[in-house]
Design a protein around this ligand. Sequence first.
Ligand code: FES
Length: 108
Amino acid sequence: MNRRTDQQRDRLAAHVFVCTNDRDSDYVCCADVGADEVLEAVKAWLRDRNAFWSPIGVSTAGCLGLCSEGGTAITIQPRNEWYADVQPEDVPDLLESTFGPEAERLER
Ligand code: FES
């Protein structure tokens, strides 16, 4: 085991997790309501501001417990921000409200 907490703390200001859970079930899952498009919108917004992956990480996640027919679930950590019903067109406002218009709010 290799503890790399210090390295990641130096690199990352925040991490955006996008639920892309896909399940074969009667219950809706994010994969059924546009998760891939939301994930791409998150990456594109951060890339446009040169903030993708460092200092703002992006990962897919399993079920975040916010399943909804209205859209995808997102959490931003360690800020403890949680969103449900996210559509791709919501992503710019969502990320701007957290990180600022140019992803400049990177306080840890
Ligand atoms: S399947 Fe995405 S929050 Fe449950």
